[in-house]
Every structure is written in structure tokens, then in C-alpha cells.
Design a protein around this ligand. Structure first.
Ligand SMILES: CC(C)C(=O)C(=O)O
Length: 465
């Protein structure tokens, strides 16, 4: 039962939050009715609605060098430093991209951290990720890092099956590690792994309560990152725990009194929900959402950082002083320098995200591009709209297609008088002479351009399917 108390500060009779205590169950609660494993997981509703609560400040934290790097071959030190520079350039001292986290395991990891710290940027702040071993705190301290991530897996899948412990044993172990961080003057950021399959009232809230006690005793923040490890979080109104994103964030704030500034959501995209879940976490009281560049992370990836930059702009009505065109530079860097193929239809960064193939759309765009473009992609992302070619495009249309599609600038640009453009036009004309009525698709034009201008493909090889 919830306690009803008089609050002299507000002069109101208030219902105090019920204090949940640890349920040290003998058998794991695997929520088999929701996660039968041999069937698709179920989305259960209890029709409980929690209030929206948007923190005064919301921001993004980055995991490109941690979760991102776990899912691909490691970056070199130079690549890490370049990507860190890009994050800083994108943030442009707005503080929206507030922190990024690094492994400290190897000499190479540490060299990258030192180089990034030497940059002296305020944002994104360098934080670390360590094994939950007390010796590692010394390392964090020596490197001058103020905050570190610590893994505190919280579902019974992890506690019973992976750690082979009881809930009480796991909680005691986690608390002793958090205490060690605080004793070393380091802010612990507790990664509640697999929270969307965890017993919320039997483990998550009681554990968070203990963490908040430690924070009060040490007079230091103890942050909580709610990790939707398998992307099972759901943001539909009335969804039941443990899958409810808003339920988790509300519950941590309300029942464990975790302040918004210490609360973060870490999403995965297994069910295509990473972006909406992160936005929901913001709206229901987590100040931070954890993302990675291009969403690169374990399996289907994390919440894409660039998507949350755009979401921030939509929710807040401002980009502060972020430089959104850097998103395009980052995408180019991944493709050209890191040999990473961005799926063409990926929002904001894929080469086809603002391309239109339908003749009728191209016609509309020729009249006024606003008709078929989501926003001024040239101004905001330095990505001019891409137009498909048809019977009426002519030399100029074909040259424009090549220049926008391959994003050629300055003297790289192909002129309409270039004889290679005439060759492509011959092919286009033949198509229509032979009775074609549809617009020519990007893939078809790519094939012809590949024959006539192979050098373009050497530059953009990773863009070609
Ligand atoms: C390893 C943990 C912290 C994680 O990244 C996740 O749960 O997705």
C-alpha cells in the first residue's frame, strides 16, 4: 500500500511512493508468457498510463567507440580521433552531444582516449567503460576520467543463467563495485543490462533505491542507464512492464527517485523501435539517450545518433548551434575511409534518402522541390535532392543527376557538354525509342555510368550495390 503523508513544503497531503524491496526469488522469472522464446515475443497491455514528463534539458550520449566498436572490426587510433572530432564539430559546443564512452582494455584503447582528451573539448566529454573490477578504477582515475560505465545486468536471464547467482548476491556484488567507484571519486554509470526482461519491482527498483542511497551518502551522482539490450522495449500507451519504455523511466523516477539528469536510455533496433523508444524515454523523463553513429552496434544496431539529432530538433524546435551538415561529412567518412556501406534508404544519410524516382515526383520537384522533399536537405544536411532521369531530362538533366547522385563538387562536377554524358543520353534515348514509358531507375543509370565513367565508382565503390 502506498503511504499518504503531509508534505510541509508543499502544504499538501501527498501519496508517498511505495518502497519496493528486493525479491530474492529461488527460481528465475523469465516472463515466459511474454518471451516464450520458441515464439515471437508478445506485447502485453495492462492499460496503465503514466504521465509524460519532459526534463528541462535533454541530450545525447554516444557509444560509437563502445557498443559501436563491439559490432565491427576495431577502429584505428586515428579513426577514433577523427570520429571524435566529427562528434565535436557536429555538437559545435551546444552540449547536445554531451558524452562519449571508451574502452580502456588495451594500450591502443588508452592511446585513443589520451589523444581525444588532449583535444581539450568540453563536448563530448570522454567517459569510460570498464569491467566491473575494483582494480580498474585506479586506471580510470589515473587517466583523469570522471565517469565510468559499469555493467550491472539486471534480468534473471543474466543473473541466474549467466552469472549463476541469486538476485541478492548479484545486487551485493554490484553495490560493492559502485561503492569502490565512489570511494575513488569516480561517477558510476550503472548499465542496467536487459532491463526490458527484468523484474522491475522485484529487482530493478529495489536496486536503484540502494544506488540512490549510495549517491546520497557520497554526495555524488550515481547514474542509471536503462539498457534495452535486445530491443524489446515498446512505447505504445498502456503496455505492461517489463517492456514499457515509459513505465521503466517513470518507475525509476517515481519509485526510486532517480533524477532525470542521472537517467539514460540505451536502445537497440531489433524490432525497428530504437528511435521511437529513445524519443519516448526523453518524453517520459530521461535526460539522456545513448546512441551510436549510423546506429552501428550489436546485431541490428543501436539508436542512430544522427536520427536523435533530428529528433531533438523536432521536439525542441531548435538545433541550438549544432552543425547538422557534419552528419553528411560523417556518412562520407564511413563510406570512403572506413569502407562501410550505408544502406541507400537509410534516413538522413543513405544516398537515396532524398532521391525520387517516380516521374511524377521528379516533375513536381522540377517545379518546386519542397513538394517532395522532407525539408531543405541541401541547406540543412548539404544533401541536394536527387532527381531521376527520364525521356525529357536531356544532357543537363543527366549531368545534374550524376552531380547530385555522386555529390560531386567544384571541379569534380561533370559538365553537360562532357562527351561521356552524351553517351549516357544515347542509351537513355534508345530506351524511350524502344517504347519505355517509365522513369529510369538509379540502379539502371548506375550500371550505364559504371561503364562510361568507371572512375566515379572507384570513389564511391561502397555506395554501389
Ligand atoms: C553491455 C550492455 C551495457 C549493453 O550495451 C546493452 O545492454 O545493450
Amino acid at each position: 500500500m502506498a503511504r499518504v503523508e503531509f508534505n510541509p513544503k508543499t502544504n499538501l497531503i501527498e501519496q508517498a511512493a511505495y518502497k519496493y524491496s528486493l525479491q530474492d526469488v529461488p527460481e528465475p522469472n523469465l516472463y515466459r508468457e511474454i518471451f516464450p522464446y520458441t515464439e515471437i515475443p508478445k506485447i502485453a497491455f495492462n492499460h496503465r498510463h503514466v504521465p509524460m514528463f519532459v526534463p528541462d534539458e535533454i541530450w545525447i550520449t554516444d557509444t560509437t567507440f563502445r557498443d559501436g566498436q563491439q559490432a565491427r572490426s576495431p577502429y584505428t587510433v586515428e579513426q577514433i580521433v577523427r570520429l571524435y572530432d566529427y562528434l565535436h564539430e557536429l555538437d559545435n559546443d551546444s552540449g547536445v552531444i554531451r558524452q562519449t564512452e571508451f574502452f580502456l582494455y588495451s594500450k591502443k584503447d588508452r592511446e585513443a582516449v589520451i589523444k581525444c582528451m588532449e583535444r581539450g573539448y568540453r563536448y563530448p566529454e570522454v567517459t569510460s567503460w570498464i569491467r566491473a573490477r575494483k582494480e580498474d578504477f585506479q586506471l580510470v582515475k589515473e587517466m583523469g576520467i570522471k565517469e565510468t560505465g559499469i555493467l550491472v545486468s539486471c534480468s534473471d536471464y543474466h543473473i541466474f543463467k549467466k552469472l549463476n547467482m541469486t538476485r541478492k548476491q548479484a545486487m551485493e556484488m554490484y553495490l560493492s563495485i559502485v561503492e569502490a567507484a565512489l570511494e575513488n571519486g569516480i561517477i558510476p554509470r550503472c548499465h542496467f543490462e536487459d532491463i526490458t526482461r527484468a523484474d522491475f519491482y522485484g529487482f530493478v527498483v529495489p536496486f536503484a533505491n540502494e544506488l540512490m542511497k549510495l549517491a546520497r551518502q557520497a554526495n555524488m551522482p550515481v547514474k542509471i542507464r536503462a539498457c534495452d539490450t535486445l530491443g524489446l522495449g515498446v512505447s505504445y500507451p498502456g503496455v505492461a512492464l517489463p517492456r514499457s519504455v515509459q513505465g521503466i523511466i517513470y518507475g525509476l523516477r517515481h519509485y526510486a527517485e532517480v533524477p532525470s539528469e542521472w537517467l539514460e536510455w540505451h536502445g537497440h533496433n531489433d524490432f525497428y523501435k530504437a528511435v521511437v523508444n529513445s524519443g519516448t524515454a526523453w518524453l517520459y523523463g530521461a535526460s539522456a539517450v545513448n546512441c551510436s553513429l549510423l546506429g552501428i552496434g550489436e546485431r541490428t544496431g543501436n539508436t542512430p545518433l544522427e536520427a536523435m539529432v533530428i529528433e531533438y530538433a523536432q521536439l525542441r524546435g531548435t538545433t541550438k548551434n549544432m552543425r547538422l551538415e557534419v552528419i553528411t561529412e560523417i556518412a562520407d567518412y564511413f563510406e570512403k575511409e572506413l569502407d562501410y556501406e550505408i544502406p541507400p534508404r537509410t534516413p538522413f544519410v543513405g544516398r537515396a534518402f532524398n532521391a525520387t524516382r517516380a516521374g511524377i515526383h521528379a516533375d513536381g520537384i522540377l517545379k518546386d522541390e519542397e513538394i517532395y522533399n522532407i525539408f531543405d536537405t541541401k541547406k540543412i544536411l548539404n544533401r541536394p535532392i536527387v532527381i531521376a532521369v527520364d525521356a525529357h531530362s536531356g544532357l543537363a538533366g543527366i549531368a545534374a543527376w550524376i552531380n547530385t547522385y555522386f555529390r560531386l563538387e567544384g571541379d569534380q562536377k561533370i559538365d553537360k557538354r562532357d562527351p561521356r554524358v552524351a553517351k549516357i543520353k544515347e542509351w537513355v534515348d534508345k530506351e524511350y525509342e524502344n517504347g519505355r514509358t517509365t522513369v529510369i531507375g538509379d540502379d539502371e543509370l548506375e550500371m550505364v555510368v559504371r561503364e562510361v565513367m568507371p572512375e566515379l565508382f572507384r570513389m564511391h565503390e561502397s555506395r554501389v550495390k
